[in-house]
Design a protein around this ligand. Structure first.
Ligand SMILES: [Zn+2]
Length: 159
């Protein structure tokens, strides 16, 4: 396992559409594990493959620090319900946060770290995290959807 460099906004990699993963191989698992390490090091709640320069449809998420880690390979959001606004930030857009509308509830399916099919329903913050990471796979950044953006230093934002 190893830490990877996080790609930041301005790099065209973040704007490309990722390709599907053919099979969850040991190499894919190694990448997923590196993504978890990198997410933890950066104190993020999610990380998508293009954020470490890998153009594959996969992301990891840990909405509750120290809680369950979710692995999604070839994810598909099959259901969306409602709309709620909330704060978001992104490891690839350091120093900012914004207000974004996201579904209140989603159903998402995909393959896990073992290549098994999984389906989950998420609400609230968890749904927000999954939608944010999923967007990365299509080259979309949260700031594209944000109603307002804030510079952390301007407003003295603290986590
Ligand atoms: Zn992000």
């Amino acid at each position: 396992m190893a830490l990877r460099n996080i790609v930041v906004e301005g790099d065209e990699i973040l704007r490309k559409t990722c390709r599907e993963v053919g099979e969850v191989t040991d190499r894919i698992r190694e990448t997923l594990d590196d993504m978890v390490d990198t997410m933890h090091e950066a104190m993020g709640v999610g990380l998508a493959a293009p954020q470490i320069g890998i153009m594959r449809r996969m992301f990891v998420a840990e909405p509750e620090p120290g809680g369950k880690i979710y692995y999604f390979v070839n994810p598909e959001i099959t259901y969306r319900e409602g709309s709620v606004e909330g704060e978001e930030g992104c490891l690839s857009v350091p120093g900012y946060f914004g207000i974004v509308d996201r579904p209140e509830k989603i159903t998402i399916k995909g393959l896990d770290r073992d290549g098994n099919h999984q389906e989950y329903t998420f609400e609230g913050f968890e749904a927000r995290v999954m939608c944010h990471e999923y967007d990365h796979l299509d080259g979309i950044l949260y700031k594209d959807k944000a109603k307002e953006m804030f510079d952390e230093s301007q407003v003295g934002y603290e986590e």
